[in-house]
Design a protein around this ligand. Sequence first.
Ligand code: PEP
Length: 235
Amino acid sequence: MKYVVANWKMNKTISEGIEFVSMLKKENLPDDIVKTIIAPSFISINPIFEIIKNTKISLASQNVFYEEEGPYTGEISPLMLRSAGCEYAIIGHSERRILFNESNEIIFKKYISSKKNLLIPIICFGEKYEEYKKGATISVINDQLELFNNENNIIFAYEPVWSIGTGLIPKMNEIQNVIDYVKNKIKNSVVLYGGSVNLKNIEELAKIEVIDGYLVGGASLDLNNFKEIIIKSSC
Ligand code: PEP
């Protein structure tokens, strides 16, 4: 099974999200081969769930908090997300790490709490451009994933920070090396690739057999682009 995850980030109102999934669910998606997951803003999760609940499309949150309840103004717990129809949580996206100072420790706490509450974590990691240029990719990834060393069965998304929203992607053998490295390190892991996935590069990326799917930002905002990426991922 391949995964294609739409990370809408802070885009689309509730009605725009509803319109998108209402059209998407009418498409003939290869859903025996590709698991389609939409990650809208928190407020759109439940309204979208009402539209897709009898389909094979699933929902992810873009973030989650690690406490289960209590005085944490503005935060949302795994249990609340599940009650809204959400099955997955994207955790540790580089925008959260960089803009909101999320540390490896916080990300790990979010992972543990999500798992405990049966929300399936999708853990993001990836190096910055200076680190890539220095040849430090694997050592950065080692640090980011150190706390996960004794875990297994995790869905990861390898997202080089310099590739997000830039149109640049690593060389195919570089992506393959990172994915092989993570799969060796953490048993039974699923590793997606994210960073400027679009209709121009999806066929090339789909040739890398070890990639288990894609986390798609910008190109997931347009229904036709996203649908084509899902279809091409299944080839
Ligand atoms: C992302 O932010 O997760 C992402 C992959 O973005 P983009 O596809 O726009 O590079």
